[in-house]
Design a protein around this ligand. Structure first.
Ligand SMILES: [Zn+2]
Length: 328
């Protein structure tokens, strides 16, 4: 893995997508190599299954991304909503209901400017460690705010920390909150490495706005499509968006509203469709599958098998328990 990281570092050095030079990475092979590096060290097999369990942007067209902002509203959320709208970009704001007091103006601005208001729970607790009743309350309390500001929906949720499993999904689907689709995961912005960044980690470790923006651009320009994760609760993130957006526009990038990301769009169209307890929702296929169906993730290339409503790792073609396989 050390050798692969070195290779990735060299690729960045020779083909970085930075503010002064723009994107220069355009080969499919490099995209695959980078995926392996990103999903490598430090991730458990449980983490690796996220791609199959949650919605992502891996089916977006080439050079198309969807900007998402979590943990707000913050002091500069309204300013960010204006800035994006002035550049013709529709973002998605995954709010924490507990942060809204005193910032209703930001909520009105998000909706008024045509962005999506989405649910990131009320108190940003890890849903997988809560009781079913608490999971539903975390979603429902913030839903009161969203339903008032955006009464027609759509209803989209992202779990804090990306922590999502079959038990959480079942609790929500057994309540009035079943109108929500998700959880929406991300393709860029998940981790601070030598080739990519997570904004909150940049600010915590003293990485400059300039450098953090360059790392975001590098990850976006390497993968070329996806849902981008940022956090509007941080003032510096607004500065970083203002730094990288003009570069992306100049490079010909298109910005999809989150509700138009294929996996999210399919989920919204099918919202409320009951899923049996032993079925699994496949982000790759965009529909539920039955027990012992095996699917290869479009974003990670890894195989998963549906067992008792939950995805587990599979060897795919050589797994005799797969009754049906969906390879890429
Ligand atoms: Zn969050």
């Amino acid at each position: 893995m050390i050798a692969r990281r070195l290779l990735a570092l060299l690729l960045v050095a020779t083909s970085a997508c930075i503010a002064s030079t723009g994107c220069a990475v355009d080969a499919d092979g490099e995209e695959d190599a980078d995926d392996d590096v990103q999903m490598g060290d430090g991730m458990t097999s449980e983490d690796e299954l996220v791609a199959e369990r949650q919605l992502n942007g891996s089916e977006l067209p080439n050079k198309t991304i969807s900007l998402t902002f979590d943990d707000g509203p913050g002091r500069r959320t309204a300013e960010l909503a204006d800035y994006l709208a002035e550049h013709g970009v529709k973002g998605a704001f995954f709010i924490n209901g507990s942060k809204v007091a005193g910032r209703q103006g930001a909520i009105d601005k998000i909706v008024g400017r045509g962005h999506l208001l989405a649910n990131h729970t009320h108190n940003h607790k890890q849903l997988t460690s809560l009781s079913g009743a608490s999971v539903v309350k975390e979603i429902a309390d913030t839903d009161l705010i969203i339903a008032q500001a955006q009464p027609q929906g759509p209803w989209v949720v992202r779990a804090p920390f990306g922590a999502w499993n079959a038990a959480v999904a079942r609790s929500i689907n057994a309540s009035a909150m079943r109108k929500y689709v998700g959880s929406v995961f991300w393709d860029q912005g998940g981790a601070l490495t030598s080739t990519a960044a997570a904004d909150w980690d940049c600010w915590g470790k003293g990485v400059s706005v300039q450098r953090c923006g360059e790392l975001y651009l590098n990850e976006i320009c390497t993968k070329r499509r996806g849902v981008v994760l940022m956090h509007d609760i941080h003032d510096k993130t607004v500065d970083m968006v203002k730094q990288i957006l003009p570069t992306l526009i100049a490079e010909g990038y298109k910005f999809a509203a989150l509700e138009d990301v294929p996996s999210v769009k399919r989920a919204i169209a099918g919202a409320g469709t009951p899923v049996n307890d032993d079925q699994c929702q496949s982000a790759t296929l965009g529909r539920p599958v039955n027990e012992n169906v095996c699917v290869q993730s479009r974003s990670t290339r890894r195989w998963s098998r549906c067992v008792d409503g939950e995805w587990i790792s599979s060897t795919g073609p050589s797994d005799p328990r797969c009754i049906q396989r969906f390879p890429l």
